[in-house]
Design a protein around this ligand. Structure first.
Ligand code: HEM
Length: 414
């Protein structure tokens, strides 16, 4: 937060995030992805040539990247974690967050993932839904239900996933505001490096207090599980716990904020499908999967080739950086009919939004549940919910992370 804004205005995380979004974002890269798929499954791309003259590459980023765009090419990479390592994240995200499971390979990855998985049991999910997520979403809707209009991004989908994570971690109420600030700074990692480091430093202070308290007196929260869980005599060190907690803000909050916004945009801009899902709640899970397929919030992830390898006829040398375009894979015409269309009625077929293989998203059931709670709450509480007919040019944008900036809606006031 800037000195000026902290002195003159109350803290507003959305304003703060928006201000630091930086560069103009890409509106619709999908026609370009389709053209790439038609040309070849994998493309060698020189990132420097794509940047404006003199613009620096993001810290730790390679200039030559092999971009996999078809479903089969992306699947081949994700299936073979021995040939395609995740350790490259250590040079980028790892510098800010610490050594997280995201950047580990086997066997280290499996050990830590098993430890952390213990915090994401079905029982924990049910408890979080009842005690945390339901009340949180309802509390946010309370603030605008009588108004008859709202911006669902600013007032709901942006604030709620960070608050969910603060609650799951077990942070005391008085730290939630500071956590939100630190998390917003940390999720600027792709845009503003120094700011993200500063965010990580602040978060560490907040986490350290709670960790110390839970070591003395465990409770029913994530920090207590992480502090006390043990697997074959291994316990997580403080640094490992902090790194994992750091990862949760970008991995769990930014993605879920964007995916629930994208699904709402899909439904609001297709009123017939909105009516159908509102009328038959059995369609909610299908709508969630279709939203994730159609506009996945995190478009690409990275791997590094550990040996010379060929994918889809394209040779990648050992050490080559491979970008997996999950968004493009999700619209591969050899797998999905009319892939560019948002269609909650389509034949369900697995998508890549959560990736797969050993690093498949650890929070996917949580993310789905959070999105379901949002949809059900909106349907139950905001009759006649629709896109504000006066709103102009509401759209999804972004290259690596995609979502709408705003979702102005109208409904019958409570
Ligand atoms: C719709 C929302 C979400 C999407 C689209 C998403 C997507 C992904 C993807 C694509 C990966 C694989 C990254 C890679 O291998 O390079 C991943 C990993 C991960 N996600 Fe999610 N995620 C979402 C929500 C969440 C939530 C809510 C949490 C937890 C609170 C979470 C925690 C994680 C963690 C810890 C990993 C690392 C797993 C590993 O390396 O073994 N994610 N996610």
């Amino acid at each position: 937060m800037s000195q000026q804004s902290s002195a003159s205005a109350p803290y507003d995380p959305f304003e703060e995030f928006d201000r630091h979004q930086g560069a103009e974002t890409v509106r619709d890269p999908y026609p370009a992805f389709a053209a790439m798929r038609r040309a070849a499954p994998v493309h060698r791309v020189n990132l420097r040539e794509m940047l404006p003259p003199g613009a620096p590459l993001p810290p730790g980023a390679a200039d030559i990247v092999w971009v996999a765009v078809t479903h089969d090419a992306v699947a081949q990479v994700l299936r073979d974690a021995e040939t395609f390592s995740s350790t490259g994240y250590a040079e980028t995200m790892g510098k800010v967050m610490g050594h997280t499971i995201l950047e580990m390979d086997a066997p280290e990855h499996g050990r830590y993932r098993a430890l952390i998985q213990k915090a994401f049991t079905r029982g924990a999910l049910e408890r979080w839904e009842k005690e945390l997520i339901g009340p949180l979403v309802n509390g946010l809707v309370d603030r605008f239900a009588a108004r008859g209009r709202a911006d669902l991004v600013r007032e709901l989908t942006f604030p709620f996933p960070v608050a969910v994570i603060a609650g799951m971690i077990g942070l005391p109420e008085e730290d939630h505001d500071a956590f939100h600030r630190g998390a917003v700074e940390l999720i600027s990692v792709a845009i503003d490096w120094e700011r993200a480091r500063e965010g990580a430093r602040k978060l560490r202070e907040i986490f350290a207090r709670t960790l110390e308290a839970r070591r003395r007196e465990p409770r029913d929260d994530l920090v207590s599980v992480l502090a006390h869980t043990e697997l074959e005599g291994t316990r997580l060190t403080d640094d490992e716990i902090f790194a994992f907690l750091n990862l949760l803000a970008p991995a769990g909050a930014e993605t879920t904020y964007r995916s629930s916004s994208n699904l709402l945009f899909g439904l609001l801009s297709h009123p017939d499908q909105l009516d159908a899902v509102r009328g038959s709640r059995l369609l909610v899970p299908r709508a969630i999967e279709e939203g994730l397929r159609w506009e996945c919030p995190l478009v690409s992830i990275m791997r590094t080739a550990t040996r010379d390898v060929t994918i889809g006829g394209v040779e990648i040398p050992a050490g080559g950086k491979v970008s997996l375009n999950l968004g493009s894979a999700n619209r591969d015409e050899t797998r999905y009919e009319n892939p560019e269309e948002f269609d909650v009625f389509r034949e369900p077929r697995a998508h890549m939004a959560f990736a797969f293989g050993p690093h498949r998203c650890l929070g996917m059931h949580l993310a789905r549940m959070e999105t379901r709670v949002v949809l059900e709450t909106l349907f139950d509480r905001l009759p006649n919910l629709r896109l504000d007919p006066e709103a102009e040019d509401v759209h999804i944008a972004g290259m690596v992370f995609r979502s709408p900036r705003r979702l102005p809606v109208r409904f019958d006031p409570a």
